[in-house]
Design a binder for this molecule. Structure first.
Ligand code: PLP
Ligand code: COI
Length: 340
């Protein structure tokens, strides 16, 4: 039985569910892993994560499809990206096949929290790992915990599909040759001051420019950019300090193979923005959130798609992507993992 939750009015927040997955790494090996109802974590006051932020995470979603199945979207790519994050942070990799199995187990154990089809909500899945034993010299921990919890969520931005206004940030979220391309907790710590300040100034998000030259568009604190040119091309920024969004990589396929658009994955100069017809943010949490306006120190860049609704091409991308995720449109081979 589905839980009594007002699915249609959920925001993007944490609701504690019944079960979560835990596996511990000690003496060079992961244990077999288990589900637990204990939603708290107890670790040393000197744990690597608490002192030197040795932690990374992932984010994906489970969906109820039109025909009543529960599925998740490309979990193998989250497993791969977490493996990349762990290697860069000198953490042990949780084996990719076990990652996917653990995601499936955790969703199955909380199946009543998967929002119904058509409710507008989804089940957000948060795998994460941290250094758990005492570390006082600056070095990697020897012991780690890998966990997965789930929480039902609604839209990441208030207003759902309504275009948002963002601003160009004076702060960077990543460094050249740093950790922008992995999902390290430290990147998000870096962005907290910038997002609080952006919200105080009335903006929904920050546009970060490339940290080396500040002339090229990178991404926001939690999503990649997509742009549509006035002649209907799909353009998305390429950079070594952007997180390789699974949604963005999927949209590149959707744009080309489903919608027949020309796709350009390349450096995008900030100066080019005024030539674009549509702009959106894409990610697991953001899905595709339309951007109507970008403010650069008082100078406004207003996209022709306006502040009322998603641009027409963005809408087609949104409908096709969510159609694939919710089983209304046939998915490319291997994109959908059926859980039930
Ligand atoms: N960029 C950042 C900084 C993110 O935190 C996220 C969220 O995961 C994304 C992009 C989007 O990635 P994905 O589509 O894999 O969720
Ligand atoms: C996601 O989209 O899964 C993210 O991790 C973005 C943000 C909530 C951190």
């Amino acid at each position: 039985m589905s839980k009594q939750i007002d699915w249609s009015n959920l925001g993007f927040g944490y609701i504690q569910t019944e079960q979560r997955y835990v596996s511990n790494y000690k003496d060079g090996a992961w244990d077999e892993g288990t589900l637990t109802s204990d939603a708290t974590v107890t670790i040393s006051e000197c744990a690597g994560v608490l002192q030197y932020a040795q932690t990374c995470f992932e984010g994906l979603k489970a969906y109820t499809t039109e025909d009543g199945h529960v599925v998740c979207f490309r979990p193998d790519l989250n497993a791969q990206r977490m493996s990349d994050s762990c290697k860069r942070l000198e953490m042990p990799v949780f084996p990719e096949d076990r990652f996917v199995e653990a995601v499936v187990k955790t969703v199955e154990a909380n199946i009543d929290y998967v929002p119904p089809y058509g409710s507008g909500a989804t089940l957000y899945i948060r795998p994460y790992m941290f250094g758990s034993n005492p570390v006082i010299g600056v070095k990697p921990a020897d012991e780690y915990q890998f966990r997965i919890f789930v929480t039902p969520v609604g839209p990441y931005f208030k207003g759902g599909a309504k275009p948002i206004t963002i601003r160009v940030s004076d702060f960077d979220r990543a460094a050249p040759h740093g950790t922008g391309h992995i999902k390290a907790g430290l990147n998000y710590a870096m962005s907290l001051h910038a997002i609080v300040d952006a919200h105080e100034q009335g903006y929904s998000e920050n546009m970060y420019l490339d940290p080396a030259t500040r002339t090229k568009v990178e991404e926001t604190g939690g999503a990649n950019f997509i742009f549509i040119t006035k002649d209907g091309k799909f353009v998305t920024p390429k950079s070594d300090s952007i997180l390789p969004s699974i949604t963005r990589r999927s949209l590149m396929v959707v744009a080309e193979k489903y919608l027949g658009l020309e796709v350009e994955h390349r450096e995008v100069a900030f100066a080019e923005l005024e030539n674009f017809a549509e702009c959106g943010l894409c990610g697991t949490a953001a899905v595709i959130s339309p951007v109507g306006k970008i403010v650069d120190h008082g100078k406004e860049i207003c996209f022709p798609s306006g502040m009322e609704e998603m641009g027409p091409v963005t809408k087609k991308l949104y409908d096709t992507l969510t159609g694939i995720q919710m089983g209304r449109i046939e998915a490319p081979e291997g994109w959908i993992k059926t859980i039930r």
